[in-house]
Design a protein around this ligand. Structure first.
Ligand SMILES: [Zn+2]
Ligand SMILES: [Zn+2]
Length: 378
């Protein structure tokens, strides 16, 4: 079968690899669509994991084979069968470790294992013709209703990560929330918050994205002038009330300056949620004892100064959210498949498997008209 194999920094090659063998209670899925996710883009561009690997984890396709003589786990327990159109989930937590009992699913050891592969070290495998789905992620398989497309199925995983983050906020109907960054993820935030009766102030560097933010339910939009400050100091927005009280801010851009500003803007007792700060800074790494200080990079970024009294005295919560929450899967499927959150409008580019490299390049450097990018196999 065809697969796009990662061989090192920015080195993706279309190759022929064996169709994965499956064991008892495993699935072989013919991939139809796989989303290009920023976390994979980062791994490809920075070479943070050793090659070879086959990436791609926002996968939807058709079950073509079920492993084992009596695969009752699959057929009876989960009532999956050959021919089902499904969306896959590559990370599923064990459900009863210390982390899981505290609902910190993304920190669970089982969760951190990747249960879907097209070969080599499991890494999702969606950029290939077929993937093998292992038993421990079977609970994450969702059937796609007949009226919905594979593309909609492939969007469940990113939507799940957004809903998980929204659930970390203590919001009431009528509250106001800043969503900094209106890429595909920011737009999902805007819509999910609006569905919850929350008023959204959306900011982005691109005018085109602010227009979409309005369509996705933002009450107010503001153009951010630079990657820095999101709101203050910008051209006035006639529709932005002077007395607007922000109950929370979601920072969906990897900018420290925006976090700083959000900390000032949010009301006392409010929350600031970081969603895009997924890259460890070299300074944090250099603080680890095993790294000798003389090896410090000369231009290591300075830490952003935080005034901790914002957190203590003003009782503002600075929180993060990473990856998905398996227990929200059913609700995520309902939101997407009912089109209350219409993810079709977020998809702007589709590339055939042979052009996965181009898809990744575009995802790394979005243009005014690019949002969600997909690789399609069929
Ligand atoms: Zn993803
Ligand atoms: Zn666990």
């Amino acid at each position: 079968m065809r697969a796009v194999v990662y061989h090192g920094v920015n080195d993706l090659r279309l190759e022929s690899v064996p169709v994965p063998h499956i064991g008892a209670n495993e699935l072989l899925v013919k991939v139809a669509v796989c989303g290009v996710c920023p976390t994979d883009v980062k791994k490809i561009q920075h070479g943070t994991v050793p090659p070879p690997r086959i990436f791609g984890h926002e996968t939807a396709g058709t079950i073509v084979k079920i492993g084992g003589k009596n695969p009752s786990l699959v057929t009876r327990h989960l009532s999956l069968k050959v021919g089902d159109r499904v969306a896959l989930h590559h990370h599923v937590p064990c459900g009863d470790c210390h982390f899981c009992r505290h609902r910190a699913f993304a920190q669970c050891e089982t969760y951190k294992r990747t249960g879907i592969t097209a070969g080599f070290e499991p890494a999702g495998g969606g950029y290939a013709d077929y993937v093998r789905v292992m038993p421990f992620v079977l609970r994450g398989v969702v059937k796609i209703p007949p009226k919905n497309s594979f593309e909609e199925g492939a969007m469940l995983e990113p939507v799940n990560t957004v809903l998980k983050a929204v659930r970390r906020l203590n919001l009431l109907r009528g509250d106001a929330v800043l969503v900094a960054g209106q890429g595909p993820i920011g737009l999902m935030f805007t819509r999910l918050l609006q569905l919850q009766g929350v008023n959204v102030l959306a900011t982005d560097l691109l005018e085109s994205r602010l227009r979409l933010a309005k369509q996705f339910g933002a009450g107010w939009t503001r153009l951010a002038r630079t990657a820095g400050p999101a709101v203050r100091g910008n051209v006035g927005d006639a529709f932005l009330p002077k007395s607007l009280i922000l109950d929370a801010a979601i920072v969906a851009v990897p900018s420290d300056a925006v976090v700083q500003e959000a900390l000032q803007l949010v009301r006392p007792g409010g929350q600031i949620l970081l969603f895009a700060h997924t890259k460890r800074s070299s300074l944090v790494e250099s603080r680890e004892p095993r790294v000798e200080s003389k090896k410090l990079p000369a231009l290591a970024p300075r830490p952003s100064p935080l005034d901790f009294s914002n957190i203590c005295l003003d009782e503002k919560d600075l929180i993060g959210s990473y990856s998905s929450d398996f227990t929200l899967q059913r609700e995520v499927a309902r939101l997407v498949f009912s089109r209350q959150l219409d993810v079709r409008r977020l998809i702007t580019h589709r590339f055939p498997l042979e052009q996965t490299d181009t898809a990744v390049q575009l995802a790394a450097r979005p243009t005014p008209d690019s949002l969600k990018i997909l690789v399609t196999q069929s």
